[in-house]
Design a protein around this ligand. Sequence first.
Ligand SMILES: [Zn+2]
Length: 253
Amino acid sequence: MPSARSARSPRARVLGLIRRHGGSLLGSITATTSPSVVLTFDDGPDPHQTPRVLDLLAEHDATATFFVLLTRVRQYPDLVRSVLTAGHEIALHGADHRALTTFSAADAASRLARARIELEDVTGTAVRWYRPPYGAQSPTSWRAARRSGLVPVLWSGTLHDSAAVDVARRTAAADRAAAAGRIVLAHDGIADERDGVTDPPPPVSDRAALTRDFLRRCDERGIRVRSLHDALAAGAAPVRTLELTTLRSRSVR
Ligand SMILES: [Zn+2]
């Protein structure tokens, strides 16, 4: 006799997923099938932090994906080009740091489409991934991203470099994150009023030290650290939550 769970229709399962996660995970890449770990940095570029991160990545023969804010890209376009020259990947975090869920469907779509074109003018390469600020998504914002040719990417691990957590919890999170297939959230910038938000500043943490410790941990475990582009180019597949549009997708594809 089928269980209640397996008897649920695909639509009911998707709606349950949306309810549990407030829509935030919907149709987004959250992990990969790669034997590597994918490391990502949000909220940059930043003239102080980004070069430090680039040095650390070079020391560990690692690559990463940088989800940049256009508000910062306009200030530091050369820094963006340095990231690319060093072999890393540039992706979009937003025209600014305001949550896309606060805009109408039409505004969200036009903001993302214009932001993508402007960023591609700087990088000279196609921009494929989008990380919603705060990880905040709704079916409307998700559709806007997809219509703009972007794929939302969230995370399945974090260094807690912007969170008020104690050392033990931060260490435990980094330990869990240093695992094959994870997409790990870190930051090389701090969004502020220049980016359209007035969030309180994150608690002080030595972000470079957290990144260095994480890279060492991965080295010890023999796990390579890769940008999302590099992880997928090596034959891995993205792991994503169910697609809203089809209601038929598998959870892994
Ligand atoms: Zn952010």
